[in-house]
Design a protein around this ligand. Structure first.
Ligand code: XMP
Length: 325
């Protein structure tokens, strides 16, 4: 029972009061939470905010360009774009264990972010897109035992090493409230209503060892899948993107035989995953229309040389997790 325009001006006033004339750093990922923090802080304190956007080489197709377009060019936010793809890829070379990969990606993120933060010695605050469910979850993790199924890496661990004060303007909000705030702050609808994307990115969607060649194939297959989900509507008028909670392609580093024209092909496989869920703790695989799956499969195989087979994941959570690693 709250009024959004009032909430926006209160949130802006609160940030101004907290921060004063200090400078603030924010790790901008392009996800909903950090994007809304960036938009809010930009309105509140303008150029006192510097965002750091780290391209780890594991982002989706054109993702870095889109983030720079939305924030740097359209909104005029100060964003440092760090292209660290080679550094991440270098450290991931030869590593195929999922937990090991997650640890490396998390550690490199901290390295890169820290190096950028050192270049901004006047910064006093580290802003984070922590939302209310994160606050509850980490309180639970301290008392119980941290979720040991998968180690999650976002920006955890940064503040202690950086000696910055924490600024968490979304701490009291639920996800739907964060989205409403994003819309009120003028962020594009498609950005505010995006599916979640894991911190380790395509690193956990390329099974086993991560290679740039695999990431490039996966990005193109994934973009086709998402484009078709956005462009196809169900009888109720909603797009299949909006009707699913999360959808993506997964790269399988196995080759299978196919036929193309007069020739035989021997190429890689991608799996499509689309789920519906309330809380991401349990999830059902989405019953996408067969015609939609057929279009996606034909497009991927025709448009992405190097892939000749597409399969659909029909595993629920539990027992399967949403991500494959
Ligand atoms: P699983 O695969 O455990 O995923 O069923 C549940 C949700 O969490 C997301 N996920 C992550 N998000 N950092 C994140 O920010 C991570 O390391 C990470 N691992 C999984 C996953 O995409 C799904 O939405």
């Amino acid at each position: 029972d709250w009024n959004m325009p009032d909430y926006v001006s209160e949130a802006i006033a609160k940030v101004r009061e907290q921060v004063g004339k200090d400078e603030v750093i924010l790790g901008l990922s392009g996800g909903v939470d950090s994007s809304v923090v960036a938009a809010l802080l930009h309105q509140a304190i303008g150029d006192q905010l510097t965002c750091v956007f780290v391209d780890n080489g594991l982002l989706r197709l054109n993702e870095a360009e889109q983030v720079m377009q939305t924030f740097a060019r359209n909104l005029g936010v100060k964003v440092i774009h760090v292209d660290a793809a080679d550094q991440f890829m270098g450290h991931l070379k030869g590593v195929s264990d999922p937990e090991q990969k997650r640890k490396i990606i998390g550690r490199e993120f901290v390295e890169v972010f820290q190096a950028e933060a050192k270049k901004l010695p006047k910064a006093k605050w580290l802003a984070q897109g922590t939302i209310y469910p994160d606050v509850i979850e980490s309180a639970g993790a301290k008392t119980k035992k941290a979720n040991t199924i998968k180690s999650h890496h976002n920006v955890g661990g940064l503040p202690e090493t950086l000696h910055l004060k924490l600024l968490e303007p979304l701490r009291e909000l639920f996800k739907d409230e964060v989205r409403e705030l994003g819309v009120a702050l003028g962020l594009p609808h498609d950005m505010v209503y995006r599916h979640p994307f894991p911190g380790p990115g395509l690193g956990v969607r390329i099974l086993g060892e991560v290679k740039k060649e695999y990431a490039d194939l996966l990005r193109r297959a994934d973009a086709i899948f998402i484009e078709e989900l956005r462009n196809n509507r169900d009888a109720d008028g909603r797009s299949w993107y909006d009707k699913t909670s999360q959808a993506f392609a997964v790269f399988l580093p196995v080759k299978s035989v196919g036929v193309m024209g007069d020739g035989r092909t021997y190429e890689y496989v991608v799996a499509l995953r689309a789920v519906q869920t309330q809380d991401f703790m349990t999830a059902h695989w989405a019953e996408l229309p067969h015609a939609l799956l057929a279009t996606v499969s034909n497009r991927i195989i025709n448009e992405v040389r190097g892939l000749n087979r597409v399969v659909y994941d029909i595993s629920g959570k539990p027992p399967a997790t949403i991500e494959w690693e």
